[in-house]
Ligand binder design. Structure first.
Ligand SMILES: NC(=O)c1ccc[n+]([C@@H]2O[C@H](COP(=O)([O-])OP(=O)(O)OC[C@H]3O[C@@H](n4cnc5c(N)ncnc54)[C@H](OP(=O)(O)O)[C@@H]3O)[C@@H](O)[C@H]2O)c1
Length: 265
């Protein structure tokens, strides 16, 4: 089964890699040893960041946060940015980039411990979507000036609450739909927002990281520079052992992961 990962080269037939090199690839699979085409591997440059950073803030989640927020989101200074799954792999970086760029980040997450950490990262306000009795009202209270930009990592009821608080010319970047994960082949749930989209002249845009590959190195340089300046911190949730893989997946779906969910083999 394929899976993205980071690992150490033991032997290589490619002149581009030598034993001891650290590489990332989307094709390492769920196994402690693997053979991969050299064309699928990318060398991980030695930085001050820990090796797992290549799967978190210097990898897919960090790059997703960077481009979804700064490029597709087209933010203007001072705007309110609502971010769901705010303490997760993507969300924790998106919130901190928003703070660095002078935006007003507001978090939605599923436990009070996660929300407390989001505040430490610089989110101004937080909403617990798992305990909220009225998500629309709670988002409104957390965003008194409305929502200018919504980084939607979840879809579902949080999406509806964001839409109902969206400002004129608001933007919604659809990054993830985890709330729909057990019903991808069924009709969508929740409200329809066409009238709201029309009145607000809102823009709702799907996001896929692969579209931004030509700019990955620029983004990584920015992320690393912010990290080295101490401007942001990250948290990964590492579980050990191949037998822990199903458990790691299910706890992520239940919102029990705290930071990017990784498995060390
Ligand atoms: N489009 C792309 O190119 C791209 C690239 C990378 C990632 N993604 C997507 O980005 C999202 C975040 O990825 P990640 O790796 O950083 O994961 P993550 O945020 O670390 O983990 C997922 C989080 O989603 C929340 N969640 C789970 N089920 C939910 C539900 N039914 N309703 C609302 N929230 C729920 C949980 O947090 P709480 O409940 O505690 O909030 C859980 O911790 C995912 O949807 C992923 O598929 C997309």
């Amino acid at each position: 089964m394929s899976g993205g990962g980071v690992g150490e080269v033991i032997t290589s037939e490619s002149p581009d890699f030598k034993p001891g090199d650290i590489v990332v690839s989307d094709y390492v699979g769920w196994q402690p040893f693997t053979t991969i085409p050299a064309s699928s591997a990318k060398l991980v440059a030695a930085t001050d960041a820990p090796v797992e950073a290549s799967l978190s803030f210097l990898g897919m989640p960090g790059l997703t946060a960077y481009f979804a927020l700064l490029k597709t989101g087209d933010p203007k200074e001072g705007e309110t940015v609502l971010i769901s799954a705010a303490s997760g792999g993507v969300g924790q970086i998106a919130g901190q980039i928003a703070r660095i760029k002078g935006l007003d980040p507001v978090a939605v997450a599923g436990t009070d411990a996660k929300l407390e950490w989001c505040k430490q990262l610089g989110y101004r306000e937080c909403v617990n979507h798992r305990t909220s009795a009225d998500l629309v009202a709670d988002v409104a209270a957390a965003c008194p000036n409305g929502v200018d930009l919504f980084i939607d990592n979840t879809a579902g009821p949080i999406h509806d609450a964001a839409m109902l608080n969206l400002n004129t010319f608001g933007r919604v970047v659809v990054v993830g739909t985890v709330a729909l994960a057990d019903r991808f082949d069924q009709p969508d749930i929740g409200l329809r927002h066409l009238r709201k989209t029309l009145i607000a002249r809102a823009r709702i845009e799907g996001f896929l990281l692969d579209d931004h590959e030509s700019e990955f190195e620029t983004a990584k340089a920015d992320l690393l520079s912010w990290f080295k300046q101490g401007l942001f911190e990250t948290r990964e949730d590492v579980i050990e052992g191949i037998e822990a893989v199903p458990y790691a997946f299910v706890r992520m779906m239940n919102g029990e992961n705290f930071g990017k969910q990784l498995v060390k083999l």
